[in-house]
Design a protein around this ligand. Structure first.
Ligand SMILES: *Cc1c(COP(=O)(O)O)cnc(C)c1O
Length: 421
């Protein structure tokens, strides 16, 4: 489809420099700490950058310990294993800590939230989202406990930087004696009722992946208030050596520690967290303003209780303004008519103008790999089958790069608006 010569776009020219969804933003201080690590020869998984970043991240989130790990996914794996061993004990080698167990998990999220449940041999049961924050629906969670009263672990995420209804989720978890692993990979710096996301889980995690709000190029953190848990995770992440003259092993080990080089990049980035959030907030605000007379709404958050970090700005097209469209497993078709559009068209138009958007996370229960897992929705017989599939069908993530200028964003807005003409 050629959107460049489409008369609806009135001779708009493509961007010379690509507008990214969300790309790394280096400030220069990163170089200093990386150089320092190299100059002093501390380039391995021990060093000053690691010590400093762990303390600073724990301080910002308000937890006693932050463990610097190789990625958010590694942090989720160890967080899930830690909770599983608390609940079910240490498994024999070769058997996952969740073998034969069910775990409640966010349905609409990145697969990395959920996959580590399976690394440990567990079976996820997916919990639908609600429309107010797009995160795990407490009503669906409550219903899931009725169906599976023995479940003792919940893995939930805060999508796109908007905090979930974590107070309600916590109450339900406590009532059923369940632990929570909180995936705050996308929401570093966001808060709920004044407390940072990452402070609500029994164990929580953050990510320093390249497209997150701040980045170490990679990296992640496991957050806990327990000294014992912190030292266990530190040990597991460095191959589980016992205190012995030789390599002695009593527990399963992993090579999951962060390097002092990555920690140096993160150390340089951390002072810019608030600045990045403010830039992303402005981007969200400008989209909201620039698209307000279109039949769309922005990704929602609880304005009374929460402060998002606005990591990605996404929009949801009103049902009546959706063009006719079908999605297969790997491709999609649409027919654009006046006054309507759809995620496929908007992403294709953005792409032809050299700008990057992204579909909403495709719900886990719709993924071929998870097709046989159970999925719990709050209320049957709604107009839509379930919230996750509906938001996936009608939603789209817009370019949210904090280096995008106001003028560039105005052009992105014009492109989106033209799709509805
Ligand atoms: C990015 C992300 C992760 C994984 O983090 P990595 O550091 O890339 O391993 C996990 N969960 C969610 C919701 C994410 O967006």
């Amino acid at each position: 489809m050629d959107y460049i010569n489409d008369p609806r776009f009135q001779g708009l020219k493509p961007f010379e420099n690509k507008i990214w969804l969300s790309s790394p933003t280096m400030h220069g201080d990163e170089q200093k700490w990386v150089d320092e690590a190299i100059r002093t020869n501390w380039v391995s998984t021990v060093g000053e950058n690691i010590n400093v970043i762990e303390e600073q991240v724990a301080g910002i989130v308000g937890r006693k310990y932050a463990l610097a790990l190789a990625s958010g996914t590694a942090a989720l794996h160890l967080a899930i294993r830690l909770c599983a061993e608390k609940l079910y004990g240490q498994p024999p080698a070769g058997q996952g800590s969740l073998a034969g167990k069910k775990v409640f998990a966010s349905n609409m999220t990145f697969a990395a939230t959920v996959n580590p449940i399976c690394y440990e041999g567990g079976t996820p049961v997916f919990i639908d989202s609600e429309y107010e924050t797009w995160n795990m629906d407490p009503k669906a969670l409550e219903k899931a406990f009725k169906k599976y009263p023995d479940v003792k672990l919940i893995v939930m995420a805060h999508l796109y930087g908007s905090p979930a209804k974590i107070d309600a989720i916590r109450k339900i978890a406590d009532r059923h004696g369940a632990l929570i692993v909180e995936d705050a990979a996308e929401s570093f710096g966001a808060s709920f009722q004044g407390a940072q996301t990452g402070s609500f889980g029994d164990v929580s995690i953050l990510s320093g992946n390249g497209n997150k709000i701040i980045t170490g190029s990679s990296g992640g953190f496991l957050l806990t208030d327990s000294e014992e848990d912190a030292s266990r995770v530190r040990k597991w992440s460095t191959q589980s050596r016992e205190a012995a003259p030789w390599y002695q092993h009593e527990e399963m080990g992993y090579n999951y520690r962060m390097s002092n080089i990555i920690a140096g990049i993160l150390r340089g980035q951390l002072p810019y967290l608030e600045e990045h959030i403010e830039q992303k907030r402005q981007i969200y605000r400008r989209y909201k303003e620039g698209l307000k007379d279109l039949p769309v709404t922005m990704n929602p958050f609880d304005e009374k209780n929460s402060k998002p970090n606005y990591w990605l700005s996404c929009m949801l097209i009103d049902p009546k303004a959706m063009c006719r469209t079908v999605r297969g497993d790997k491709d999609e078709l649409w027919i654009s008519e006046q006054g309507t559009s759809c995620p496929g068209e908007i992403l294709a138009a953005l792409k032809s103008y050299n700008a990057e958007g992204r579909p909403i996370w495709k719900p886990m229960y719709l993924q071929p790999i998870y097709r046989n897992q159970d999925f719990v929705v709050a209320v049957k017989g709604q107009k839509v089958l379930d919230v996750g599939a509906d938001v996936f069908r009608r939603g789209v993530c817009l370019p949210s790069d904090n280096k995008m200028t106001k003028e560039e964003q105005e052009k992105v807005i014009r492109i989106v608006r033209s799709c509805f003409e």
